[in-house]
Write a protein that binds this ligand. Sequence first.
Ligand SMILES: CC(C)(COP(=O)(O)OP(=O)(O)OC[C@H]1O[C@@H](n2cnc3c(N)ncnc32)[C@H](O)[C@@H]1OP(=O)(O)O)[C@@H](O)C(=O)NCCC(=O)NCCS
Length: 376
Amino acid sequence: MNQTAANQATDGLRDVVALNSDICSIENGVLCYRGYNIDDLAENSSFEEVVYLLWNSRLPKRDELEALRLSIAEQAQLPEGLLAMMKAFPRRTTPMEAVRTAASAMAMFDAESEDMSPAANGRKAIRILGQMASVVAAYDRIRNDRAPVAPRRDLTLAGNFLYMLTGLQPEPLAARALDKAYILHADHELNASTFAARVAAGTLTDMHSAITAAICALKGPLHGGANEQVMRMLNEIGTEKQVEPYIRRKFENHEKIMGFGHAVYKNGDPRARHLKEMSRQLGKLTGQEQWYRMSTDIEDMVVKAKNLKPNVDFYSASVYHYLHIPSDLFTPIFAISRSSGWIAHILEQYNRNKLIRPRANYIGERNQKWVSMDRR
Ligand SMILES: CC(C)(COP(=O)(O)OP(=O)(O)OC[C@H]1O[C@@H](n2cnc3c(N)ncnc32)[C@H](O)[C@@H]1OP(=O)(O)O)[C@@H](O)C(=O)NCCC(=O)NCCS
């Protein structure tokens, strides 16, 4: 291998530019999808509008948006065989394990799973996104001995998710809050799960396989799993008075505080601001401001002691909690939203494919002499 390249090898590929993409940019701390600032999208768009933008490189007209919303709702219905399979999962299966396995199994119930034509991939994109939401909601009902609820044609993906989870008409405010959270999580350049999706897609494997690879990467606590850990921490802390000793203990034990720090943003994650405001408003609305206040107290301490800012996962924990979503569904919800970004990246990878195959800088022993078993 070229010695200069070897000398520059970095663990974790930090700051390595791995490919060209026109989907998502993070420049000077500003996050944009297809050139549109996330702040504008979060305030003014719907999630389906953002999905259209990610997949088609432009904002939809009114009828195009409605057509996409409707097809996602219609395609969200889960095949009976998949539901039967999910009912057979062992009781201890976590929702994230269920999503990982169901995403892979979705391929076996999809007649077009091996069809790599652009038209079939476009149809699968819609099915995968819709079915991901249904899988998360259905699995939560199955594990609570309740019958899964079928999606409705008149709802958005966020509204349908809340409806399928509870069986009740979703509150407009709750549906809009989840919709906004979906927008903020939809894509994030070459994060670990998206990179995993592109590495898989680069081998020209099918879309369901690439999505499954992405879910496996998202599951880890250093990536999508952090939001659930944040809620666990808030529950462990319990009251505002306990914030100070709890966080101090974490510092003393050199433990990481989940929901803080970021591999790319060093001056704050632009998505966190929106989630913080949502958490504040929902706290006020529900009369349970303690979760928001505990979060801001933690933020003050971590910023002061470590100069680490909250990332997207920190305030999404209290936001989802206010929406009565169980904490082990937080990462699966991330997976629903991020499927839209994964699909955009998978399609881009297929369109100008190059197998992703980096090199490793070898740092092990050299010229070892093989010795027979009885001389070791
Ligand atoms: C996201 C994350 C993996 C980015 O990591 P990174 O840029 O590679 O930074 P590192 O993990 O190498 O950390 C650099 C330093 O900051 C510290 N640090 C980073 N995140 C920290 C956190 N959340 N709490 C306490 N210390 C933290 C590290 O301990 C390390 O300190 P050291 O140099 O004294 O060893 C890291 O910040 C993290 O683990 N955060 C918690 C998990 C999380 O919220 N993930 C969601 C990401 S959106």
